[in-house]
Each structure stands twice: as C-alpha cells, then as structure tokens.
Ligand binder design. Structure first.
Ligand SMILES: Cc1ncc(COP(=O)(O)O)c(C=O)c1O
Length: 337
C-alpha cells in the first residue's frame, strides 16, 4: 500500500462525489447560466455571510484576482514572508497587479496587528501606497497553524483605521474552522474578500470560490475573464465542491487526529530533531543527521511519500484518501527504517 502524504491535493473524488458530478445540470457560465455554479457561489457566500461568490479554477487564480481588484499598479501589499500569495504564485502579485510586497516575519506566518501597523507606509510621494493586507489561515508553510479570532479582529481594526483592504487566502479555512469552532459568519466579517479552496482537504478535483461584496465580485468577474478563467459547462466541477461543502467539512477533524498521530510517531524517529506543533492536517519535521532529499528517498523505499520543505525539513499532509489503515501502514513501514 502506497501512503501518499505529499499534499492534501492528491485526493480522488469519492463515489458519492462522482455521482453528484454526473448529475449536474449545466449551462454556459460565461452567460451566468450554469445552475450548479450559481448555486455553489450562493451557498458559499451565504455560509460566510457575504453577498456574492465567484467560482475559479484554482486558489492561485482566486487570490490573484482578489489582489488585482484591491490594488492599483504601484501600490504595496503586506503579507507574511511565507505567504502562498507571495512565495508560490509565480510572482503573480508583480505580474498581475504591478504591486510591490512588504514581507513580515510573523509567528509561523501568522501576523500580529502590531507588525501590520508598523509596516504601513505614510502618505508620501516617494513611497509606495500601502493598500492591502493578505493573511493565510491555516498557514501552509507554518505547518497548518491557525489564527485566533481576536488577532484577526485586531488586524482588521488596523486595516480599517488606515483604509486598507483585508484579504484572506483561505485555501484551508475549513481546517481552521473545524478546529477552532469559530462561527464562519463572524470570522468572515473581518475580511473584504476570502479565497476558499475545495481541491485540498475538501477532496474536490478542482475549484475555489472567491467571496466578498456584490460590487467587488462584479470587478472580480471581469478580472477572471481577462485571466482566462471564464469557464463554460463547469457545473460538473462545481457540483463536486457543493458535495464537499455538504459532506466533507466535518471529516477534516479525522485528518487532524491522524496528523497528530503522525506528529507523535515522528517524535520518536531517530532522524527527527523536532516536530512543529501539529494544529490541523500538516506535519512539518526538522531533520538531523540526514537531508530532506535522503529522508524523502528512504521513505519512498518504504512506500511512504512526503515532500521536502527546505533542505532539512519534511512535510506530511493528511487528507480524505488517508485513513486509519494508511496510518497503520505508515507506522509499520517506519518501524523498518
Ligand atoms: C495556502 C495556499 N494557498 C493557495 C494555494 C493555491 O491553490 P491552487 O493550487 O488551487 O492554485 C495553495 C495550494 O496548495 C495553498 O496551499
């Protein structure tokens, strides 16, 4: 049995999800005539108490659309130095929006209100205009850690005082919400826009939804078109997301339990120096007496797939296709290390 812990994006649709996809009613979404996409957008917006949603092919595109809508060329975006929007979206902030980026250290990629306040530039011709703050929750590079709602509220207050917009990369927002139990509407009220992915822990093959005000989404739709993201009979895909929203959110708790079990297992591993505290479905370990590449190769020989996360770090991510049987198989495999 191959145990694939490289990412929560490796899942395949379940039989129930495939059936929902097959039963989709579809139409041309560029004409706003796809019933399932219209429903998905409405459902996700309502779930978070926002006015409108926009179905996008990827989390990268929905983040990049949001950043482009919030900024003008020459503006500046504040985010963590490990933020996906900065590090893993192909330099998109520069190429799509023409904005510069102010990187903050944060705590495992979680910013504080004080840090954000300190990074806002004064209104001066010489300086870029600080315009947008982007948070990520959970933080991928931070090992799946999540924000306290009070911290988000404090950052939102700073943004409000300085006329800045606040965007959330919520690729794994459902992981944060099932763990913290925060009310989604109260949580989302602090953000002007949120990108939510269904192709990670939620188990859909494709799809992210950007949510925010109706006026913002009108603009976002224009930008999506310009980036080539206007899709046609994509209701088949939207129905996979609708199915996930209905059936998969609560299952994330099991992913988190299994991730904690992997964390415990790795504590005892001879080549592991430290395990980053496990908060959701991501486990990052710091290695000793080996390199990430060597560790990955040895694990592969034992049928366990993982990813290097820097020269001396390895990442494991639990997901819908990793059950208790896989956890047991991993335990047995690593016992042979
Ligand atoms: C935190 C975070 N944001 C955004 C994305 C982008 O999602 P996509 O791969 O759908 O573009 C990812 C992808 O893994 C991610 O981990």
């Amino acid at each position: 049995m191959i145990v694939d812990l490289r990412s929560d994006t490796v899942t395949r649709p379940t039989p129930g999800m495939l059936e929902a996809m097959m039963n989709a009613r579809v139409g041309d979404d560029v004409f706003k005539e796809d019933p399932e996409i219209n429903e998905l957008q409405r459902e996700v917006a309502a779930y978070f108490g926002k006015e409108a949603g926009l179905f996008c092919p990827s989390g990268t595109m929905s983040n990049q659309i949001a950043i482009r809508c919030h900024t003008r060329p020459g503006d500046e975006v504040i985010c963590a130095d490990v933020a996906h929007v900065y590090l893993y979206e192909g330099g998109g902030i520069a190429s799509n929006s023409g904005s510069s980026v102010r990187l903050l250290k944060g705590d495992r990629g979680r910013l504080t209100a004080g840090e954000v306040r300190g990074a806002i530039l004064p209104d001066d011709d010489h300086l870029p205009r600080t315009r947008l703050v982007c948070l990520e929750d959970t933080v991928n590079k931070g090992g799946g850690c999540y924000y306290e709602l009070s911290q988000i509220a404090a950052i939102a207050q700073v943004c409000h005082e300085h006329g800045l917009s606040l965007h959330l990369d919520g690729a794994r927002l459902f992981n944060a919400l099932v763990e913290t139990g925060y009310d989604p509407v109260e949580y989302a009220s602090h953000f002007d826009s949120i990108s939510i992915c269904f192709s990670k822990g939620m188990g859909a093959p494709v799809g992210s939804v950007l949510i925010g005000s109706a006026a913002f989404m009108h603009e976002a739709r224009r930008v999506r078109k310009s980036l080539g993201g206007g899709m046609r009979q994509a209701g088949y895909l939207a129905n996979a997301c609708r199915y996930a929203l209905k059936n998969h959110t609560t299952l994330l708790k099991d992913d988190h339990r299994r991730a904690r079990a992997i964390g415990d297992l790795m504590h005892d591993h001879p080549q592991v120096k430290a395990v980053v505290p496990v908060e959701t479905n991501i486990v990052i370990v710091e290695l000793q007496n080996t390199t990430a590449a060597e560790f990955q190769e040895r694990a592969r020989q034992l049928d366990v797939l993982c990813l290097p996360f820097g020269p001396d770090k390895i990442r494991f991510v639990t997901h819908l296709d990793f059950g208790d049987g896989h956890l047991e198989a991993m335990r047995e495999a690593f016992a042979k290390w």
